[in-house]
Design a protein around this ligand. Structure first.
Ligand code: ADP
Ligand code: MG
Length: 323
């Protein structure tokens, strides 16, 4: 069967680094190899796939390297660190995807920028913790020397916090679409994309300027999915479903949800912020923007989830009711 469905596949952190791993290159490549095997199965099944991925631990490590070597190598701003992580993870992914699909299959990773609004409310109240933990003294020093905002993180130490603005538009969307049309398997918008604001110069010219912020990976994936005209958005993570009453004795996996039901459960606080919350929010937004279906599933079950055998499926209201 000829299949031309467009699919954005968002890989969670577990696709690159497993909890408790030190994160050696061998460990990360092995994880990525398993993730690439899942993605390759979708490509072989005929889906036109755009892959995106998280970058939290990798950016954290890049920041730590910058910090520790600051006396010898000038530290780079956060947008540059984000781009570095896209290059690093993108390279690992294209290598692994190429190994799965063979040298004939065109595969490319794109350093991608995401437009955010300069007046996004998150710039007034930075809240997304990134990078290493610091002691109180070091935190105070970094606040003065680098102008960082730092917050105490649940007794574990001090951590830099940055704004997490809403993604407005993927700058490279036309380029990505053209690559997809040409049959290229694209990796893009890693870590939600590098956040940039659009500036208008006095002479009327417009340009993009990188900002010290991070875009949520799932919300970035949703933006990417809309911007490339994806039929479905598949968010692969380390749990098989979004759950109702998660981690409580009466926990129940959600199999099929209407957009309105999903929005209601989100508002009721069923999905933790910073983990499942943004996935369900991304699903709701994708449908609001005209997407056909959003699926939240475990990485190991990607193909079965697309076939409807597992995972949480968020559907337009009319479709969900008919089930
Ligand atoms: P990823 O890197 O894939 O984005 P996250 O850790 O951000 O992974 O999100 C997945 C995690 O969300 C799960 O491991 C689970 O612990 C947590 N989670 C929080 N609330 C829920 C819920 N209601 N249902 C399922 N998982 C949930
Ligand atoms: Mg996450």
């Amino acid at each position: 069967m000829e299949q031309t469905e467009r699919l954005v596949v968002a890989l969670g952190g577990n696709a690159i680094l497993q909890p408790g791993q030190r994160g050696t290159y061998a460990q990360q490549t092995e994880n990525v190899r398993l993730a690439a095997r899942q993605v390759a199965a979708l490509v072989r099944a005929g889906y036109r796939v755009v892959v995106t991925h998280g970058n939290g631990p990798q950016v954290g490590n890049i920041l730590l390297q910058n910090e520790r070597a600051a006396g010898e190598v000038e530290p780079m701003p956060l947008d540059v660190c984000g781009a570095e992580s896209q290059g690093f993870i993108g390279y690992m992914l294209v290598q692994a995807l190429q190994a799965e699909l063979g040298p004939e299959r065109p595969v490319a990773a794109l350093v991608t920028r995401t437009v955010v609004r300069e007046d996004d409310p998150s710039f007034r109240e930075p809240s997304k913790p990134i990078g290493p933990f610091y002691g109180e003294e070091e935190a105070a020093r970094l606040a003065v020397e680098r102008g960082y905002r730092l917050k105490e993180d649940a007794g574990r130490g001090w951590r830099r916090v940055v704004p997490s603005p809403e993604p407005v538009r993927i700058v490279e969307r036309e380029a990505i679409r053209a690559l997809v049309e040409a049959g290229v398997l694209v990796v893009a918008a890693g870590g939600g994309g590098v956040p940039v604001v659009e500036r208008r110069l006095p002479d009327g010219r417009r340009l993009y300027e990188g900002v010290e912020a991070v875009v949520d990976k799932d919300l970035g994936a949703q933006r990417l999915a809309v911007d490339v005209g994806a039929d479905r958005l598949l968010m692969l993570t380390d749990v098989s479903h979004a759950y109702l009453h998660y981690r409580r004795p009466d926990a129940r996996p959600l199999e099929r949800l209407s957009r309105t039901e999903a929005r209601g459960l989100l508002a009721a606080g069923e999905f933790a912020e910073g983990s499942m919350g943004p996935k369900v929010r991304a699903a709701v937004r994708f449908l609001e923007a005209g997407g056909r279906e959003a699926v939240i599933a475990s990485l190991a079950e990607a193909e079965r989830a697309l076939a409807g055998a597992t995972g949480t499926h968020v559907l337009p209201d009319a479709v969900a009711v008919r089930a």
